[in-house]
Design a protein around this ligand. Structure first.
Ligand code: GUN
Length: 292
């Protein structure tokens, strides 16, 4: 069994990005600029956004954090999005989710100029991704593809089971694993209504678990020699931790790991790659790689 080290891989990629930014700046180019909008004081969102700002520093990017109280109206937030759309210095930006209930997330996502949508959530990017056109690919699936590639894990023609059908992970992951230019695999998506979910998993060469249920994937569901990617990050109370919680994956790691060829830990697997891929998308935005 080999552990897939997302933390080390992410650090290496960030160093590669920093080197490229250094070259760009030395050649008289502009430092990529990422802006982030954070609404309210959700603990998880605060941490994610802080880590995104730190990652920008590590990559040599300029970053701008715009904070608003959760009393901001939808119209006011849409006006802020529009300002960033028109700000020529900002190459890409994100609006951290979730948003307060009185604001439509979909409306906000669709208000973002798709050419600056480094999260890859805008329907134009989702659609372009689905038909294999150049676009921003959302960070978590992109990070998983990068881990599979860097660890030389064969996906072409392999059977891949994806657990979960969310817009952020399950759906784009299935699209990408299916496409010839990315996974080139035979893909099955399982969810809460699937019959024979266990049997589907048992036949899988690669399992990507993104359902948000701690310890859902057990040893009896995993074929000997399979690769298991754990996207779960459920916060569970833990008095031994300074934060008062720890992150729990969707996979029962201790019993599943011995059966695997490769497995990602939680934390330290997919998580660190996600922010790193946002940085990759921001670099692409700075270079106007996909759109003018
Ligand atoms: N909330 C949880 N994950 C994400 C993400 O990747 N992007 C944004 N904008 N919000 C999130």
């Amino acid at each position: 069994m080999q552990l897939i080290d997302g933390k080390a891989t992410a650090a290496q990629i960030k160093a590669e990005i920093a080197e490229e930014v250094k070259q760009i700046v030395e050649n008289g180019g502009k430092r990529p600029h990422l802006a982030a909008i954070l609404v309210g004081h959700d603990g998880g969102s605060e941490t994610y956004v802080r880590n995104k700002v730190l990652a920008c520093e590590a990559c040599g990017f300029k970053s701008t954090l715009l904070r608003f109280e959760d009393t901001i109206s939808e119209a006011e937030l849409l006006a802020e999005v529009d300002k960033l759309n028109r700000d020529e210095d900002v190459d890409g930006f994100i609006v951290q989710l979730p948003l307060p209930k009185h604001i439509s997330e979909q409306k906000v996502i669709e208000a973002i100029d798709y050419r600056k949508d480094v999260d890859g959530f805008h329907p134009i990017n989702v659609g372009r991704m689905a038909i294999g056109l150049p676009c921003y690919i959302s960070a978590t699936p992109k990070g998983i593809l990068e881990l599979l590639r860097r660890y030389h894990i064969e996906t072409s023609g392999r059977k891949c089971v994806i657990l979960g059908r969310s817009n952020i992970v399950g759906k784009p992951m299935a699209q990408l694993m299916m496409q010839k230019q990315y996974g080139d695999a035979t893909v099955t998506v399982c969810h809460s209504r699937s019959r024979d979910l266990k049997k589907e998993c048992q036949e899988a060469d690669i399992i990507i678990a993104a359902i948000g249920q701690p310890n859902f994937v057990t040893a009896d569901m995993v074929k000997e020699g399979a690769t298991v990617i754990d996207v779960g990050t459920t916060r569970v109370p833990d008095a031994t931790k300074k934060s008062g919680f720890r992150l729990n994956g969707d996979v029962k790691f201790d019993e599943v790991a011995p059966r695997c060829a490769y497995i990602t830990p939680v934390p330290g697997g997919v998580g660190p790659m996600t922010i790193c891929m946002l940085m990759k998308n921001t670099l692409s935005a700075g270079k106007k790689e996909f759109y003018q």
